[in-house]
Ligand binder design. Structure first.
Ligand code: HEM
Length: 491
């Protein structure tokens, strides 16, 4: 039995088993405002491991020396198995890879505030990530339509225009530069930034220097994220100026939206978008999602996978050609592209942009694990769900490291255990933009493959994943776009 004892158990141990004390480390009391405090403790088997950092020499394995928090989680799972009860650099936190855990967590809408505190500089103090279950439920109900089917239909043409803009830009580059190389990650960052501001607010930022914005975002995110795990970035000096630039850009975006509402430019829209809802609720400072990073890495990694599997790329081109017959995609066309959906789902599996979900359990709970062991957690415990470890688990996906879109085909899909494919999270806090994000990816990828064959323009071994809060490619993903002739073949 994997057990997290109650306070009374600890107290008992404390009084009567002094010799065990060296193994026991009482983690700092956490005072939950207005509530209560717990001594949180973890006991797996004898001797009980400690959750606290820097207790013993052998516990010194930290995020910094492991190459980041997610790298550390990977390492700990490799050593401890599906349940990591010790050596995580966060208090009262365990990490679990087990279907039961996700199933039992679907209804839990609470996230640990402390873990996501690092997002404050990017998303404000009262951001949606850290809303508790009650507030998030109200908020999600209110903003749900902003990511629903109607908004997808309404924004379809705008999303297509943004994609076409990019394709036209690349065509010009290819026409004018011999052997032109496209930095796909950087380009898709621009795409997702424009798409996201369009989806959530119908606003386009004129004159925005996307590269500068991206650099600012990266610097801030890596600084604030790494810092909580004791990793100090060498970009520290840039932090302040990047921060002001980032804030300034967001202010401009919000003001552009406010002006549009005041000038009633948005009246033609039947469905309110995310910022409409926020502003009409007179609550402009809450819940800024700005998940550019996610979509930024979903598309380039799909394209990267396609460069590695020419047969799959060919099959995909055939589907696109067959459905589109040379014209621009409609909403129905994209829905018909089943193989494209499989390719994107497989890419999200193998290269999940998001790296972990987290839920806070306010009361004690017992889980029956797949191994038949019982895991008991004490109140105030955070469970981490490391997404890539679910996606790479051979118990859930055969040959998990192989890119094989057909595992998501109609007949195979049914064989996949519920919730183990979780790039958008799960349950009551699942990403509300899951469907719209897949649609964006389908739009851009179908437009790219309608015109070009994609080839990798760098060594495969130089495509190095950087797993921080989100996944990205350290050296970008450099591709060559080779125009296809009218028959759909490469020139
Ligand atoms: C491929 C693209 C994306 C991926 C992989 C992704 C993934 C995720 C994940 C894993 C979560 C946490 C879910 C959980 O805790 O169970 C999340 C939350 C969220 N995402 Fe996304 N996301 C993407 C794109 C977007 C976009 C484009 C938007 C906005 C336009 C967005 C808005 C949000 C919001 C508002 C939340 C917080 C939901 C809540 O706390 O209740 N996401 N996303």
């Amino acid at each position: 039995m994997l057990k997290m004892p109650y306070f009374s158990d600890i107290y008992f141990d404390y009084l009567f088993h002094f010799s065990y004390l060296s193994y026991f480390v009482l983690i700092l009391c956490i005072v939950l405002p207005g509530y209560f405090f717990f001594y949180i403790f973890v006991k797996k088997s004898f001797p009980p491991p400690s959750l606290k950092r820097e207790t013993k020499e052998e516990d010194k394995e930290d995020a910094s020396s492991s190459g980041g928090f997610v790298a550390l989680i990977r390492k700990l799972h490799a050593k401890q198995g599906p349940v990591v009860l010790s050596k995580l650099p966060l208090e009262n936190t365990i990490s679990v890879v087990d279907t039961t855990i996700i199933k039992e967590s679907l209804q839990n809408g609470d996230r640990p505030k402390d873990l996501f505190k690092f997002l404050e500089p990017l998303a404000g103090k009262d951001n949606l990530q850290i809303f508790n279950a009650e507030r998030s439920q109200i908020f999600r109900k209110l903003t749900g339509p902003a990511f629903g089917h109607q908004i997808m239909l309404e924004k379809f043409e705008g999303i297509q225009n943004i994609a076409i803009d990019l394709i036209n830009k690349w065509e010009k580059i290819i026409d004018t530069q011999e052997n032109a190389i496209i930095k796909m990650q950087q380009e898709c960052y621009e795409f997702s930034l424009r798409i996201t501001s369009y989806i959530i607010g119908n606003v386009e930022l004129q004159d925005l220097d996307f590269q500068k914005f991206r650099k600012a975002y990266d610097t801030i995110l890596s600084n604030v994220y790494d810092r909580q795990f004791g990793i100090i970035s060498d970009q520290e000096e840039d932090f302040q100026s990047e921060f002001y630039f980032y804030q300034d850009t967001l202010d401009k975006l919000i003001n552009a939206k406010k002006n549009a509402i005041e000038n009633r430019e948005d009246q033609k829209n039947n469905v309110k978008d995310f910022l409409d809802i926020l502003f009409s609720e007179n609550n402009p400072d809450t819940g800024e999602p700005f998940s550019y990073e996610m979509a930024r890495s979903a598309i380039p990694f799909t394209l990267f996978s396609l460069t590695q599997y020419p047969d799959i790329q060919k099959k995909l081109c055939e589907e696109i050609d067959q459905v589109l017959e040379g014209r621009l995609p409609t909403f129905e066309d994209l829905s018909k592209m089943n193989y494209l959906t499989q390719v994107i789902k497989e890419s999200l599996r193998l290269h999940s942009p998001a790296l972990f979900c987290a839920r806070l359990f306010k009361s004690s709970k017992s889980f029956k694990l797949s191994s038949d062991e019982e895991l008991i957690i004490t109140p105030g415990t955070t469970i981490l769900y490391p997404i890539p470890l679910y996606h790479e688990n051979p118990e859930y996906f055969d040959d998990p490291l192989i890119f094989n879109p057909s595992r998501f085909s109609h007949e195979n899909d049914k064989k996949i255990k519920p919730n183990v494919w979780c790039p958008f999270g799960f349950g009551s806090r699942i990403c509300p933009a899951d469907k719209i994000s897949i649609m964006d990816a389908k739009m851009l990828i179908s437009l790219i493959l309608q015109k070009f064959t994609v080839k990798l323009a760098m060594k495969v071994e130089d495509v190095i994943k950087e797993e921080r809060f989100v996944n990205s490619s350290k050296n970008d993903i450099l591709v060559k776009l080779i125009p296809r002739n009218v028959n759909g073949n490469s020139n």
